[in-house]
Design a protein around this ligand. Sequence first.
Ligand code: ZN
Length: 117
Amino acid sequence: MNKQTIELYRKRLLKMRENILNKAKKLKEDSYNLGTDGIQDMADAASNTYNADILMSISDNDLTILKDIDNSLDKLNKGTYGICEECEEKISEKRLEANPVARYCITCKRQMEEKGL
Ligand SMILES: [Zn+2]
């Protein structure tokens, strides 16, 4: 995978990450706007607790994707992105294009699905 392609995927992954975080942030803001009781004063919320709050409003599904994105970004840095974690063969570009966070090649993925993993 050349440098240009790597940067392309890095951008896509960062964008996906941003979308999830923005969605969570918006959900959080909406819940503040509803003005239900028991919600702490915004001014009291330190920035780090705010981040924890945002993470808590992310759905389990999005959290899984977020982890996959971080995992993929990590692999981009290590130079192992696009390589199947199971058989270490290259994952096809087509598959990566459809799913940039794919961890396994289509063959391994199918085998796992057959085994119910
Ligand atoms: Zn594989």
